[in-house]
Design a protein around this ligand. Structure first.
Ligand code: GDP
Ligand code: IMO
Ligand code: MG
Length: 427
């Protein structure tokens, strides 16, 4: 199947970047279809590439390290053009080839995030008080809101001075009414216009009809890898609303966010061997004890975008089954199994609801009141980071993988045993 879609199964940070970098070796196009620079996708590369160590990508797709791959920022993404220029420059400084119009394309239909959206994001969070979402503060929600309100600015406007003037005039008027009410500094049209024209000039060679390019590539039989950001439980429609992001981060967004028509594809769900979440919102299997601290330290669980400590919990088969259903993923990559060395292996298999009944299905409401029902299995003490053959994993680790497959009905095709590109076990 020429198209593969990689989707985060829970609340993001499952290790999508590592898996996409791994899969990009055998693909022609790598395409982001949603979210913006709220994403943080980590690649840990061999020393010969981009200097030793990790590379965190926020907006540039995770295929950028592979010289042959064309990386596309699709129409479903919200693009902060200033951030994008900075990110490109940082990658180039690390010796990576990033050439707009050649191996990096940006959809002219993608919407623009302005500094004003970030301010609006922060104001909205302040006004939510204890009901805050814990956003990344990057202006994601307000930019998507403007798109829905049909007053948004598109990337193509950045290279059309008259169109830009028109859309910016309306946006400045709308934001200034809001900022005047909040008593914060007003926007200055002239300086914003000049900055956007300048950044548009820098991005001009890469601004294209990306949907058309992708449809042509698809017709020509090119291999396309769709890079999910965030995860199914942060999806605007299917996630733990309202504690979600503002895009369609499950598979549905892969079509609307690229301009590719719905078609059969291989959908791979990425899931950690335990659960994490950054920001606020319900998290049924969350741990609040010393085990959470130890797992956070062992897995280095701090946000790739904001540096916030990630909340930690046990594997949740109720949530994974649900996400498998909405994403269509029949196959999982199980990441960070190595982190569970020396820990008990625990997973939720059902939720008890407030009325005492048990369910195997993810409820849309009152998730904070459910009591997960756990099964516990004996753990393993061996370091598994260097294992490359599934049969050589400790028996208890293999039992855990088998139990997840049984509970979720999904096949674990790959197990990741460390952050490095080669630390994978294919089955
Ligand atoms: P993404 O947003 O889904 O791309 O994930 P992030 O990059 O935000 O977070 C995943 C973190 O786990 C990163 O620090 C990765 O380097 C790391 N990681 C990925 N796979 C593994 C693994 O199998 N084992 C360990 N120990 N770390 C991993
Ligand atoms: P990747 O692609 C983890 C979370 C935020 C917050 C909520 C809404 O790296 O997996 P937003 O700024 O999008 O309005 O915040 O969504 N969030 C993520 N959490 N990984 C991500 O991306 C995230 N992108 C957004 O923490 O709870
Ligand atoms: Mg991340």
């Amino acid at each position: 199947m020429p198209t593969t879609c990689v989707i985060g199964i829970l609340w993001g940070d499952e290790g999508k970047g590592k898996v996409i970098d791994y899969l990009a070796a055998e693909t022609d196009f790598v395409v982001r279809f949603g979210g913006g620079h709220n994403a943080g996708h980590t690649l840990v590369l061999p020393p010969a590439i981009a200097g030793e160590g990790k590379l965190v990508l926020h907006l540039v797709p995770s295929g950028i390290v592979h010289a042959h791959a064309v990386n596309v920022i699709g129409n479903g993404v919200v693009v902060d053009p200033i951030h994008l220029c900075d990110e490109i420059e940082k990658l180039q400084k690390r010796g990576l080839r990033v050439e707009l119009g050649d191996n990096l394309l940006v959809s002219e239909r993608a919407h623009v995030i302005l500094g004003a959206h970030q301010r609006q994001d922060q104001l909205a969070e302040q006004s939510r008080g204890s009901g805050r979402i814990g956003t990344t503060g990057r202006g994601i929600g307000p930019a998507y809101s403007d798109r829905c309100s049909r007053i948004g600015m598109r990337v193509g406007d950045l290279v059309r001075p008259e169109a830009l003037r028109k859309v910016l005039t309306a946006l400045v008027e709308q934001k200034n009414a809001l900022f005047a009410q909040a008593g914060i500094d007003l926007l200055d049209f002239d300086s914003m216009y000049a900055e956007l024209i300048a950044v548009g000039e820098k991005l001009r060679p890469g601004i294209v009809d990306a949907g058309l390019a992708l449809r042509r590539a698809q017709s020509a039989g090119k291999r396309i890898l769709l890079e999910g950001a965030q995860g199914c439980l942060l999806d605007l429609e299917h996630g733990t609303y309202p504690f979600v992001t503002s895009s369609h981060s499950s598979t549905g967004g892969a079509f609307s966010g690229t301009g590719l028509p719905p078609h059969e594809m291989r959908t791979i769900g990425i899931v950690k061997a335990y659960a994490t979440r950054v920001g606020e919102g319900p998290f049924p299997t969350e741990l609040h004890d010393d085990t959470a601290e130890r797992l956070r330290a062992a897995g280095k669980e701090y946000g790739s975008t904001t540096g916030r400590p990630r909340r930690i919990g046990w594997f949740d088969t109720v949530a994974v089954r649900y996400s498998g259903g909405i994403s269509g993923a029949k196959e999982l990559v199980l990441t960070s199994l190595d982190v569970l060395q020396g820990f008990p292996l625990k997973m939720a298999t059902a939720y008890r609801l407030a009325d005492g009944t048990e369910t195997l299905d993810m409820p849309a409401f009152d998730l904070e009141t459910v009591e997960p029902q756990f099964v516990e299995m004996p753990g393993f003490d061996e370091n598994i980071c260097d294992v490359r053959d599934f049969d050589e994993l400790p028996q208890n680790a293999k039992n855990y993988v088998a139990a997840i497959e049984e509970q979720t009905g999904m096949r674990i095709s790959t197990v990741s045993v460390g952050p490095g590109r080669d630390q994978v076990i294919q089955r």
